[in-house]
Design a protein around this ligand. Structure first.
Ligand code: BMA
Length: 312
């Protein structure tokens, strides 16, 4: 199809990939799957860094325009902490929100459960005000679980958490609620994996939930296993602002591996966003994504066009 007549909703930034292992201030293997948030008038990315042992940690990269001149911490910013029950080999795929209620940032990332057979993946909730000192909250849910984020607000006094447990072999997106960030319940499937479609193998949350006038924008990744491997693409859905019920889900994926840096890397054919920021002046959504588990890309879409595309 003629690309002019059918432009893609998300436009890749022309300077992609924006972050690579080559520009890192210390020796690493790959850099990908960053969380993103506005912090002190800058875009802050908390980037998943895989070292040359194959273990992951998180490192801050900051930029005034969210595109260029990234200032990267000179050493790991946040690492797994065995005294907190996290197996030492990894923190992965962070999502970040500013939690109004507690006036602090909460990072939800994948960690691995030390002391549990086979060290399954679980979710760590980590708070910070400055991205240099951090405090763990209680682990919200039992493993296996990943792809989690809190909402930045409470709903009738309850915190809400999106997450992706594996239940009876199924990988659907769930939502759970808590009055105190300790006790979680009212668990429901929010976005099930697709049926015979591009997202039939599994789905999981992408960036943190984004509040818009139309509802909470939930960008999620979907996976299809094919004869030549899995393909990770993304799509969008919308939740009611108050009830968090699903009100729209796009029928099609909106961004998938196409460029070389998305198609070939440590894991081929992966686009995997964990963070997004809104540019209020331009009405644009900027999503930051890991490409082929090797580098960081940026893709940008107009928020009104996103809403129109959702209901198509
Ligand atoms: C998922 C997560 C991501 C990774 C993706 C592709 O299960 O582990 O961290 O980017 O697989 O390898």
């Amino acid at each position: 199809m003629n690309r002019e007549r059918c432009p893609e909703l998300f436009k890749r930034y022309e300077g992609n990939p924006i972050l690579t292992a080559e520009i890192w201030p210390y020796k690493v293997g790959t850099v990908f799957n960053p969380g993103a948030i506005k912090f002190n008038d800058e875009v802050l990315l908390l980037v998943r860094v895989k070292d040359r042992q194959g273990y992951s940690h998180l490192t801050c990269a900051r930029s005034k325009d969210g595109k260029t001149n990234w200032q990267i911490d000179s050493k790991p910013t946040l690492e797994a902490d065995i005294s907190e029950g996290e197996a030492i080999f990894g923190l992965e795929d962070p999502r970040i929100i500013w939690l109004e209620e507690r006036q602090e940032y909460v990072i939800s990332c994948v960690s691995f459960c030390a002391g549990v057979a086979d060290e399954p993946s679980g979710v760590s909730l980590i708070t910070t005000k400055d991205f240099s000192s951090f405090k763990r909250l209680d682990r919200p849910l039992i493993p296996p679980n990943k792809d989690a984020s809190l909402f930045p607000k409470t709903f009738k006094g309850r915190y809400a958490l999106i997450h992706r447990p594996i239940v009876e072999g199924r990988a659907d997106i769930w939502i759970s609620f808590s009055p105190d960030l300790k006790n979680w319940g009212d668990h429901k499937v929010l976005i099930p994996a697709g049926h015979r479609s591009w997202d039939e193998t599994k789905v999981g949350l992408g960036p943190q939930p984004i509040e818009t006038t139309e509802g909470w924008l939930i960008i999620y990744h979907g996976v299809r296993k094919t004869a030549s491997g899995s393909i990770y693409r993304i799509s969008m859905s919308l939740l009611d602002l108050d009830t968090l019920q699903l009100i729209h889900r796009s029928k099609e994926w909106v961004l998938g591996p196409k460029e070389d840096y998305e198609r070939v890397g440590d894991v081929d054919d992966v686009v995997f966003p964990c963070g997004a920021v809104v540019n209020k002046k331009t009405n644009e959504l900027l999503i930051y994504y890991g490409a082929a588990d090797s580098v960081v890309g940026l893709a940008i879409a107009d928020l009104d066009e996103i809403m129109l595309a959702m209901v198509e």
